[in-house]
Design a protein around this ligand. Structure first.
Ligand SMILES: *[C@@H]1O[C@H](CO)[C@@H](O)[C@H](O)[C@H]1NC(C)=O
Ligand SMILES: *[C@@H]1O[C@H](CO)[C@@H](O)[C@H](O)[C@H]1NC(C)=O
Length: 302
């Protein structure tokens, strides 16, 4: 008798933390997706890839290639408008839309404008972080047009929408509209180190895949504080993550496939053991925030 595959996949249970998190091993395909996405997210921090006229992705600012899986991808367009900075590229059959995160702690705090705004056009009663949504809305028309152009002669190309930190937040909203506009292209969202982005109704909608995005990865790392902000109840609002969560358990680089688990629930409360994130701690030591699969820069660009 063959063992059901599910049995093999569900063999890891976390021993600590309350409530108990049910964690599942990830596949090698998941691992490869997370690694490839991190390479493209790292490339979004390099000014050479986001300035107008850039032709192909390069990641050699400090001498060595920090994101080899992104290097050489053809840049189809760049954008730069307040919180939304990044590029659209073609890499093999994929179209990549990559959003840069904040380059400094000060920029992060400036961007981190924690008011909620209703998004009833997405789901009834839903509210999201207004500043990040606005970041997406100011560049959305240009990005949608660039993708449309890129699909000419390459109908149904998969689209990867990704970013780190602030960039993950903007990507999470962008993925909704991009999948909505291009229903025959499978969209993959790769969100690394995102803060909480919306209220319970919005998190429930995203968890139930209301936006019908083909594949959603929300990645967190060890004790990175940023996924623990805004606090669950703060700024006169309720803030929740959507599930599942892909949690990198290993502190230092580079994680192996077995160092990453999928946690099914919306809020795993692992990380800093469910405590609210402390932005001062984070700014004092952002190492774990910067290390997602590879070193995603932020301070120094490439
Ligand atoms: C297409 O994208 C635009 C943003 O440019 C958005 O306003 C619109 O709702 C999207 N359409 C669909 C069907 O999702
Ligand atoms: C946040 O961390 C700093 C040290 O990095 C500490 O001084 C401060 O008390 C902490 N704040 C809270 C609310 O725990």
């Amino acid at each position: 008798m063959k063992l059901p595959l599910l049995y093999l996949l569900c063999s890891i249970k976390s021993a600590v933390g309350s409530p108990l998190s049910t964690s599942t091993a990830i596949s090698s395909a998941d691992f490869n997706s997370l690694l490839q996405g991190a390479n493209f997210a790292a490339a979004a921090y390099c000014d050479s890839n986001t300035k107008a006229g850039s032709k192909s992705v390069t990641c050699t600012g400090t001498g060595s290639d920090i994101c080899p899986q992104a290097s050489g991808a053809t840049i189809l367009g760049t954008f730069s408008n307040s919180g939304a900075v990044g590029y659209v590229a073609r890499s093999g059959n994929n179209i990549v839309v990559a959003f840069q995160g904040s380059k400094s702690g000060k920029q992060f705090l400036d961007d981190f404008n924690v008011f909620q705004t209703p998004v009833d056009f997405w789901c009834s009663g839903c509210q999201v972080m207004g500043a990040f949504l606005n970041d997406w809305e100011v560049v959305s028309t240009g990005i949608i047009a660039t993708i449309k152009q890129a699909l000419v002669g390459h109908a149904n190309s998969p689209i990867l929408v990704l970013g780190h930190s602030l960039g993950a937040g903007v990507a999470t909203f962008a993925a909704v509209d991009i999948q909505g506009n291009f229903t025959s292209s499978p969209v993959t969202l790769l969100s690394y180190a995102s803060p909480r982005l919306g209220n319970q109704a919005w998190a429930d909608w995203y968890t139930a895949n209301g936006p019908k995005i083909s594949k959603i990865y929300r990645v967190t790392h060890h004790k990175d504080e940023v996924p623990q902000i805004p606090h669950k109840s703060s700024y006169n609002s309720v803030w929740r993550h959507f599930g599942p969560e892909y949690y990198i358990t290993k502190e230092d680089l580079s994680p192996a496939q077995s160092d990453i688990v999928m946690l099914a629930e919306q809020e795993s409360d692992l990380g800093i053991d469910g405590k609210p994130g402390n932005i001062t701690n984070h700014l004092n030591d952002p190492t774990e925030h910067r290390n997602y699969m590879i070193h995603l820069s932020g301070n120094t660009g490439c």
